[in-house]
Every structure is written in structure tokens, then in C-alpha cells.
Write a protein that binds this ligand. Structure first.
Ligand SMILES: *Cc1c(COP(=O)(O)O)cnc(C)c1O
Length: 231
């Protein structure tokens, strides 16, 4: 994608987030944009970083690793896709955040690999709020117990909750999903106590990030409406 279009897109996304913040009485400083670059190559990813977007999201280890090798010294990298155990060793040490933690065996593997690399991974628990068969994630009623189990692992910290809403033409329809994830986050924050940092809410993609921001998202994951699609 050419730089001008990219810059225009970024300005539009930023302006939309500002408007959504205004409508919901939030400060735009509370909302971070993760540029999802899974549809584009190294060149466009580099152009995104040049714009000053500090957070990059990738969802497939195999494609993300070469990109990280080229650009990983810039920005903060978020792994947002479904993660298989045999790929954990490629992701840990490169990606600061993993947004797709959804089972204990995966958490154990992440902590083990993180210990070897002497890092601590910030993990977000993926929640399948809508209960869609096709999507990964914990069911909402598993989240509190799961977060307790995971908290015992030494090289992993629970940094927040993530969800993917169903893809629908009218984003208003998914507002209750975002609202439920937020309520779950608030509940978890209460359990964790006031001394712990408030958990992140990773929710909102190209078609629904404005609604997600109105409902409290602190991280939005925007791909196609920012960088287009090269593949
Ligand atoms: C691809 C992807 C996104 C971005 O999707 P767009 O609709 O292109 O913005 C966000 N989150 C996850 C988990 C993804 O896999």
C-alpha cells in the first residue's frame, strides 16, 4: 500500500477512535491501536512503523517470524492468532504480548519457553463470549478460575482479556459482546485487588472497533481498514 493511503487510513482510524471516546466520555490516551499486518508484507509493515504506530499484530507464527527478524527491533509485537504448542518457541522472546491464551497446556508451554529465554510474557485470555463453535477461547464462566491457575506460572502474567466478536454487517449488534467482556474484566479486577494493574481489554477490529472503544476497549486490533490487503 502506498504511504499516502496508509497515512490517510491511519488518520481516519485515529479520528474515529477520538470520536468514539468523546461519545463515551473516555480519553483517547486510554486506547492503543495495534496495526494488524497479517495481510501485508514487510514493506507495508515497515511503512506502518514509520507512521509512528508502535504496536504490530500478527496471527501466524510462520509468517510473523521473518517479519519480526526484519523489523522486530522496532515497536511492540502482539501475537493475536490461535497458537499451537509447537509454535510457542518461535513466538516467545519475540512477541511481548500473546492475545490468544485459551488453555492451560498452552500457558505451561509459554511459561517454560519464557523461562528459557529469561523473559516474562504478557498474556491476554481469549474469551469466546458469543459461544461461537468456530471460534477459540474460554467460555466466560471459566475465566476467573483459569486466571487463578495461570497466575501461578512464573514467566507469564495475565495482562487482560481478548475477544473476537462475530462478523456482522451492523456493528451495533455486537455491542453486548463487548459489554460482557468488559464486565468480566471488571469482575477479574475486583478479584485481583486494587494493588494489581487494571487489565487490558483487547477488542474491536476493522468493522467494529468504534463500538468496542465506546464499550471500554484499551487495545483495538485494526487490520484491513488500516493497511488494506495485499494477500
Ligand atoms: C485478522 C485479525 C484482526 C484484524 O482484522 P481486520 O478485520 O482486518 O481489522 C484482529 N484480530 C484478530 C485476532 C485477527 O485475527
Amino acid at each position: 500500500m502506498n504511504k499516502e493511503t496508509l497515512e490517510q487510513n491511519y488518520r481516519a482510524v485515529t479520528a474515529n477512535i477520538q470520536q468514539a471516546c468523546k461519545r463515551s466520555g473516555r480519553s483517547p490516551d486510554e486506547v492503543g491501536v495495534i496495526a494488524v499486518t497479517k495481510y501485508v508484507g514487510i514493506e507495508t509493515t515497515e511503512a506502518v512503523l514509520d507512521l509512528g504506530v508502535g504496536h504490530i499484530g500478527e496471527s501466524r507464527a510462520q509468517e510473523a517470524v521473518p517479519k519480526w527478524e526484519a523489523l522486530g527491533n522496532r515497536g511492540t509485537w502482539h501475537f493475536i492468532g490461535h497458537l499451537q504448542r509447537n509454535k510457542v518457541k518461535d513466538v516467545v522472546g519475540r512477541f511481548t504480548y500473546i492475545h490468544s491464551l485459551d488453555r492451560f497446556s498452552l500457558a505451561q508451554e509459554i511459561s517454560k519457553r519464557a523461562a528459557q529465554k529469561e523473559v516474562t510474557v504478557r498474556a491476554l485470555l481469549q474469551v469466546n463470549v458469543a459461544g461461537e463453535e468456530s471460534k477459540f477461547g474460554l467460555s466466560p464462566d471459566e475465566v476467573v478460575e483459569f486466571s487463578r491457575e495461570v497466575a501461578a506460572l512464573p514467566h507469564l502474567t495475565v495482562a487482560g482479556l481478548m475477544t473476537m466478536a462475530p462478523h456482522v454487517p451492523n456493528s451495533e449488534e455486537v455491542r453486548p459482546i463487548f459489554r460482557e467482556l468488559r464486565a468480566l474484566r471488571d469482575k477479574l479486577d475486583t478479584y485481583r485487588g486494587a494493588s494489581e494493574k487494571q487489565l487490558e481489554l483487547s477488542m474491536g477490529m476493522s468493522n467494529d472497533y468504534e463500538v468496542a472503544v465506546e464499550e471500554g476497549a484499551t487495545m483495538v486490533r485494526v487490520g484491513s481498514s488500516l493497511v488494506g490487503r495485499e494477500r
